[in-house]
Write a protein that binds this ligand. Structure first.
Ligand SMILES: C[S@@+](CC[C@H](N)C(=O)[O-])C[C@H]1O[C@@H](n2cnc3c(N)ncnc32)[C@H](O)[C@@H]1O
Length: 259
């Protein structure tokens, strides 16, 4: 069973989230194990100190390397080698391909920083990958670690009720090597505050629906995230308004949302 260890100074803050909803269910089904490890337990003095003032001066405190290194070594003695990730605003941006990889790992350690972050030497000593969840700074690595954990856990086979959901999500639609945002979704009522559901979705025509969804996904991606589209990508005309011709190949299987 895949094991994710979160090394944190605040295990109590994240425990309820880790034990509920999809993560809790995955653990109760035996598909995933999540260990929360308080690396303060690896502090070497009687005050359980894990941080200290920065050499060279300046504000804030820096996480000392010894508790984290000892904690990882302790974990690996018990469980074997972990893929080691530290949550850092200056790390590589978290993207779906890394999430896909993590979902296939047997052991992942997620190191949560606090204060000014980690002593830089842990990078070399632990051969750690630094990962950022966005170009902004939060107070600690706990929320970023939960993002990484949940993104990976939902891709572990059996965790989602219907695995096609993940295959059709934003960034997973790699037809022709292309990542797209998801298309818009609708449910009842058919008309809400004067806004009708697009007619094509009520047509029962699976090919037309698939074509409409793909075209919507392309348009949304071009408008909101043009940076993820290959240069020169063209958007076909809206098939719902121009005789229903399907842009590009229709998928082999019916969509998860087909009526
Ligand atoms: C206040 S931040 C440290 C910021 C650091 N001095 C910097 O500017 O890069 C404390 C901790 O929060 C976590 N953190 C904050 N923002 C993050 C982000 N965007 N991605 C991943 N981790 C983040 C990291 O674990 C970091 O060590």
């Amino acid at each position: 069973m895949p094991l994710f260890a979160i090394l944190t100074l605040f295990p109590d803050a994240i425990e309820p989230y880790v034990r509920s909803s999809i993560l809790g269910l995955a653990q109760s089904k035996g598909l995933l194990e999540v260990l929360l490890v308080d690396f303060r337990d690896f502090a070497r003095d009687r005050h359980r100190t894990v941080d200290d003032r920065p050499f060279g001066g300046g504000p804030g405190m820096v996480l000392r390397p010894e508790p984290l290194v000892d904690c990882i070594e302790w974990l690996e003695e018990r469980h074997g080698r972990f893929r080691r990730l530290a949550l850092c605003p200056g790390g590589s941006p978290l993207r779906q391909p890394l999430v896909n990889e993590l979902a296939g790992e047997q052991r992942v350690a997620l190191l949560c920083g606090r204060y000014e972050g980690f002593d830089a030497r842990i990078r070399e000593i632990l051969k750690i990958e630094e990962v950022s969840v966005g170009d902004f700074v939060v107070a600690g690595g706990e929320l970023p670690a939960l993002l990484v954990l949940e993104a990976a856990a939902r891709l572990i086979p059996g965790v989602l009720g219907d695995e096609r959901s993940a295959q059709e999500d934003s960034f997973a639609q790699t037809e022709g090597g292309m990542e797209l945002l998801d298309c818009p979704h609708y449910t009842r009522p058919r008309v809400y505050r004067g806004l009708p559901v697009p007619e094509v979705l009520l047509s029962g025509d699976h090919r037309a629906i698939a074509a409409w969804r793909r075209q919507q996904a392309l348009e949304r991606t071009k408008t909101i995230r043009p940076d993820i589209l290959p240069d020169g990508t063209t958007i076909p005309d809206n098939p719902a308004t121009n005789s229903g011709a399907a842009p590009g190949p229709a998928p082999d299987s019916p969509s998860k949302h087909a009526p």
